[in-house]
Design a protein around this ligand. Structure first.
Ligand code: ARG
Ligand code: ZN
Length: 877
């Protein structure tokens, strides 16, 4: 086909970036043209891949508007409509072609250079292989297309490549044909019968080896499973395969949902912006969420793999069979799928520990986001760059919103709501509103007021107070809800807040049954009868609502709950609250010294009891006995005081370590005697072992370095080795350098473990962590082109409150230098690093000015990406 465009046309990627355009949910319009079928042909090559596409298009409605195709870099070499060469023109960030017939066949070609695609969106090269990432808007970097999730089409894909370099050729669906070509090339033709949006398109070409297994669905359909990895990694796929089969079985059993293709392929790649991607029949994973063996992966890594494999598999229904109408509905698939993977992981392991981990994560990432300049509802109203909205709010708060509906409905009715949702919308691109309606109709809930959880940003604050009246033998719970303004939302309507509540009798040390109290008004009281003596209030059990609770309770009541509450989350929460109250009092030097000393005694005595409490398993014990992070303590203060927080927390750790030193030693020895296995007991032992080691080190025991080095040297697994290295990394001793060197030498060449080696150092509380981080930035193994490596080095440093917020501002400068260097290479990964600087309002004037100064320096950089620009502009407002 003739190229009728002048050869001098500037590629879109070289044009000066326009001012970011704001896209609004209220402006949604269906596309003018539908693409119904897509036939793609790829001549794959690292530096010059030829693509040709044949699209069957159909006019949507009665209009004379042109065919508009989204386009990002991959301008068409040629376009024809029904076999006739066509003219095209730039229009916005796409192209327009005039088409007169109501239906037409459009043929177009492009050429792309995967090996220069450092953004890792579209078709890119990673370690000599080729793969794609199309969500959200990567497909338009391959060919111009109606690149939006409501356009669903059937795809047929023909891949051609050099057989020696790319022996494996994969795409969505099932393989229909394959064979050899001339000149050492070969081909594979894939067909996916399920209509899908372009963001679910995927291809992979490379020299990969597969681990294979199979699964038979409940209705008897056979499914071939394969996990493709680089040669040498095939010994590390067993856990991921196990997780895949368990997920398939779980979704059938719990949701009645079966897999719908004869093959399910997973490919692991080392260069990836996110965790993984649910492309239909061809999931592509960041290798860190696939590869594991005891020598290289921690127990935590094993759990993360299980969770992410399940998450992507569950998307086959919550995401692929029912997808999103537009990107404002992202939480429709992400919030729901996170909720589903959380429940799966709870079923596979410990429900109590999983809940604590999930809440800790929500509080560490989502609460700060919701309280800062980037706050947005789980269904946003506008965005500039959709990649910036793959947030903890969309994912984790989105999951909490689904969980609240599940709590209010109960398991059977929730399942009925889900069934109705899938039955109604199978094969469609749906909205959050449609999910809510299906839940109302199927579960029989009235979600009128509940819809506000989709509309409103910010974490609700709930105050609770229990009032006892001895004469009437009643206890009255007084509740109140409040909201802080978030960007664009000043006055907020009231939310329905479901609070699982129990009143615990002081003598019986038990309650008469839990109640679900639904707080719907600004102030509300509930009276409970039959309480001659005041009971102890246990509220927001299991963290039933994603809110902050301010409960008027004496520390004696909290101690009672730590010892007697039958809800494991509430137990954990009670001790955390005691510790937080005590640390905040220390930091602010509030209260009389004698009072604070008494509070410390309480904490030490309850810690002492819990270290050996037989009712706790070691995993739960570790959760309960871990102190809140410095960052979380900062969140509790209006103005964060990094040094004071650091010192107060360290002093408390030292007190706990010192007072209970004998117990910590016993625990460490007991746990060290448990041989390695993946059993719950052995995993619990490894978890408490490193916690005990940390407290021994905090006590500054003379032999702490020796014990830590012993754990390091004797470790036959990564959990113990990493745990020991983490403790040593914060110490000033010769063992520290010896362990770090030996760790590095042992794992040189294993990128995922070398990532850990970077993180252990930049996340430490060593006095020289800043200098050490600077040195690591210059290390020969550090590179800006691998997102895992960038995150491994910088995230722990940025999350290291005392180091990042050093009064000199040097931590801010270090991050700003990264942002300016990384933005031209990988804007999506860069933009994630803006939020820590955007929290300037929470710091003293001096720090705030320095943080703002950095944001302004970033904004001044010519050619700054749309991703980073959006986050900086919002952070400065
Ligand atoms: N849908 C993927 C998941 O949650 C996330 C992909 C997002 N990728 C991106 N580049 N924005 O499983
Ligand atoms: Zn997802």
């Amino acid at each position: 086909m003739a190229d009728i465009q002048p050869a001098t046309a500037t590629p879109a990627s070289l044009q000066a970036p326009a001012e970011p355009v704001v896209i609004r949910r209220a402006d949604y319009q269906p596309p003018d043209w539908w693409v119904k079928t897509v036939a793609l042909e790829f001549d794959l090559d690292l530096s010059a891949t030829q693509v040709s596409a044949t699209l069957q298009i159909e006019r949507n409605g009665d209009h004379e508007r042109p065919l508009r195709l989204d386009c990002d870099g991959a301008l068409p070499g040629s376009i024809s409509v029904d076999g006739v060469a066509a003219n095209w023109r730039h229009e916005g960030d796409g192209i327009a072609v005039d088409v007169s017939a109501p239906r037409a066949t459009v043929h177009l070609t492009t050429q792309i250079a995967p090996d220069t695609n450092t953004q890792l969106m579209g078709l890119f090269a990673s370690n000599g292989m080729l793969c794609t990432q199309c969500e959200a808007e990567g497909f338009r970097r391959i060919i111009p297309f109606v690149d939006r999730p409501d356009n669903m089409a059937v795809y047929e894909v023909l891949l051609r490549a050099d057989k020696a370099r790319f022996p494996v050729l994969l795409a969505n669906g099932a393989l229909v044909d394959a064979g050899d070509l001339e000149d050492g090339r070969h081909y594979a033709r894939w067909h996916d019968p399920h209509p899908k949006p372009s963001y679910l398109f995927a291809l992979v070409a490379g020299d990969l080896v597969a681990t294979r297994d199979h699964f038979t669905t409940r209705s008897g359909a056979p499914v071939e499973l394969a996990i493709y990895v680089r040669e040498g990694d095939e010994g590390r796929t067993a856990h991921a395969m196990q997780a895949l089969k368990a997920s398939m079985e779980w979704d059938e059993r719990v949701y009645g949902l079966e897999y719908d293709l004869p093959v399910f392929n997973i490919v692991a790649v080392s260069d990836f912006n996110m965790g993984a991607m649910e492309n239909k029949g061809l999931n592509i994973f960041n290798s860190r969420y696939i590869l594991a063996d005891p020598d290289t992966a921690t127990d935590y890594d094993y759990d993360a793999i299980e969770g992410v494999v399940a998450h992507e598999y569950f998307h086959n229904w919550s995401g692929n069979r029912v997808t999103c109408r537009d990107w404002f509905q992202l939480s429709l698939k992400e919030g729901f799928t996170v909720y589903r993977d959380q429940c799966f992981s709870a079923d596979m392991g410990s429900e109590a520990v999983k809940r604590i981990e999930d809440v800790r994560m929500l509080r560490a990432t989502q609460f700060p986001e919701d309280a800062g300049p980037l706050a947005h509802p789980i269904r946003p109203d506008s965005y500039m760059e959709i990649s910036n909205f793959y947030t903890s709010t969309i994912y984790n708060k989105g999951a909490e919103v689904i969980r609240m509906m599940a709590t209010m409905a109960g398991p059977e009715r929730f399942r009925a709501g889900c069934d109705l949702y899938f039955a109604r919308h199978d094969g469609e691109a749906a909205t959050c509103e449609q999910f809510v309606r299906a839940m109302e109709d199927g579960a029989g809930l009235d979600l009128g007021q509940f819809r506000r959880w989709y509309e409103q940003a910010g974490t609700p604050q709930v105050q609770a107070r229990l009032e006892h009246d001895a004469d009437s033998a009643t206890a009255t719970l007084h509740l109140r809800q409040q909201f802080s303004p978030t960007p664009g939302q000043q006055d907020k309507p009231l939310m329905p807040i479901p609070l699982r509540t129990a009143l615990i009798d002081r003598d019986m040390k038990a309650h008469r049954g839990e109640q679900l109290v639904l707080l719907t008004q600004s102030e509300q009281s509930v009276t409970f009868t039959g309480f001659a003596r005041p009971p102890v209030l246990s509220i927001n059990r299991g963290f039933s609502a994603p809110v902050t609770m301010d409960v008027a309770r004496r520390s004696g009541d909290l101690l009672f709950l730590v010892r007697h509450d039958d809800d494991p989350f509430a137990r954990y929460e009670a001790l955390q609250q005691l510790v937080i109250d005590r640390l905040i009092a220390d930091i602010g030097e509030e209260g009389a010294a004698a009072e604070r000393a008494a509070a410390l005694e309480d904490i030490l005595s309850v810690f002492g009891d819990l270290v050996s409490d037989q009712r706790l398993d070691d995993s739960m014990r570790t959760e309960i006995l871990s102190l809140p992070t410095e960052a979380f303590l900062g969140e509790q203060m209006l103005i964060v005081r990094p040094e004071a927080i650091h010192d107060a927390r360290r002093a408390l750790r030292k007190a706990i370590g010192t007072r209970l030193i004998d117990q910590w030693r016993i625990v460490h020895e007991r746990a060290s005697a448990v041989p390695y296995s993946l059993s719950r007991e052995a995993r619990g032992a490894r978890k408490i072992k490193s916690l005990a080691l940390g407290y021994i080190a905090s006590a500054e025991a003379a032999d702490a370095a020796t014990i830590a080095f012993g754990q390091f040297a004797q470790a036959d697994n990564m959990t113990d080795r990493q745990g020991a290295t983490m403790v040593l990394a914060s110490m000033a001793c010769d063992e520290r350098e010896t362990a770090l060197d030996s760790f590095y030498n042992r794992y040189q060449g294993n990128a995922l473990v070398i990532d850990k080696w970077f993180s252990l150092q930049t996340g430490s509380s060593h006095a020289k962590v800043y200098e050490q981080t600077l040195e690591l930035i210059r290390h020969k193994d550090f590179t800006l082109t691998n997102p895992n490596r960038v995150r491994a080095l910088y995230w722990p440093f940025v999350s290291n409150q005392a180091a990042f917020h050093h009064a000199s501002g040097r931590g801010y400068e270090l991050l700003t230098d990264l942002i300016l260097r990384l933005d031209p290479i990988n804007p999506q990964t860069t933009a994630r690093f803006i939020a820590p600087l955007g929290r300037w309002r929470r710091f003293d004037e001096d720090r705030a000015a320095k943080m703002r100064g950095c944001l302004e320096r970033i904004l001044a950089q010519p050619g700054l990406s749309k991703d980073t620009t959006e986050q900086v502009v919002k952070s400065l407002e």
